[in-house]
Design a protein around this ligand. Sequence first.
Ligand code: S3P
Ligand code: PEP
Length: 432
Amino acid sequence: MTEQFHYKRASISGVVRVPGDKSISHRAIMFASLAYGETVIDHFLHSEDCRRTIEAFKSLGVHISESGNQVKVLGRGVDSFSQPVSALDMGNSGTTTRLMLGILSSLPFKVNLTGDDSLSKRPMGRVINPLTEMGAEFSSLNEENKLPLSVNGGHLQPITYHLPVDSAQVKSSILLAGLLINGTTTVIENNPTRDHTEKMLSAFGGLIEINGQQIKIIGKQTLKSAKITVPGDISSAAFWVAAAVITPGSHLVLEQVGVNPTRMGFVDVLKRMGAKITVTVEHYIGDEPVGTIEASYSELVPTTVTEREIPSMVDEVPLLALVATQSQGEMKINHIKELRYKETDRIEATVNILQNLGATVSSSEDQMVVNGPTDLKGGSVQSKNDHRMAMMAVIASIISDQPVTIDQTDCIKISYPTFFEDLRSIIKENEL
Ligand SMILES: O=C(O)C1=C[C@@H](OP(=O)(O)O)[C@@H](O)[C@H](O)C1
Ligand SMILES: C=C(OP(=O)(O)O)C(=O)O
């Protein structure tokens, strides 16, 4: 669907509780399926990506029921899994695919996986290589190391693996494979990536040893069912934080947001730019900190983003570029090559969108350079069917002079199906 947005002179105010975290929702289904007993998951994110994870485990024989935002999973351990009768459809979800490949590698049967056009272009070699080293067999029916592919698992050996890319999906894939086999598997990361797999394992009674950047998991642990309330998704909250910070007259309160330090890069960088943001940790759900974020309109200056920070804000970098169009001077955002392997090439898509709206933005292989401040004038932009690009463009429309036309806005349901409801609840059209 192509839609036009025009919020001239609007401001952002109110209170929002964003939907459940996508990364945590995926992992809750996975660990609940591997555990024994009934797990109840509240505030689950009912998005297209998380649906793929539910459907994949149903196809493996796990009983899963849903009622509103609550999901119940009746786990009977991995030995109860049966060979799916047809290919598992991974849709658009990189997280489902890469984490599932870790689990499927340990199972003694062959499984075929397919995905949509975008997912079929994304690199799977990053998990296929270590899982092959552990003993799994893969065959790609198409281009090498891309979907559609099949995995034939069983008889894995543990490995020690130094991650060649900063990726929580790769780390988690190897840890999940390691959990299901005999012996101790070790993953070493260069820069910290989101640690929801490690934290979720503890919630299900599992043990994991973390020593600096080295993570060790002992295989064949028996997991017990759990009661999980999924914290609000900081990557969804980030759209409203950005909107409040760049839109004059705005003040916003975001409640019950997951504020895990491995996800806080965007907020930390914005604060260094001068943004008025406060984060208050209120309680913990398992090992996950949850709290309130307040954000107000602010005068901004550029800052330097370090390589170590990028994994903690990897999905928010396009939004950061939008915010930088409103800061005083040149901002270089470096070390962002991973953005090229997401649902679309997010460096190229961000530059195209922001340039079309009138911003001064350029890019090279690993970098974006934004010169601000610029008044965005509006125009027609392409989301490339990438949910985060479409939502970034909607936020840009709030500060654009003229209407912004965005194509394929339906893709927003991949991670944030209630995005427009939440937008309507906080956007205040001011008197002309
Ligand atoms: O583990 C996860 O849940 C995710 C990890 C990140 O991907 P990478 O591991 O490829 O960085 C992120 O971009 C994705 O949205 C979710
Ligand atoms: C990159 C993303 O997700 P995935 O890798 O799971 O497709 C995202 O949600 O921005």
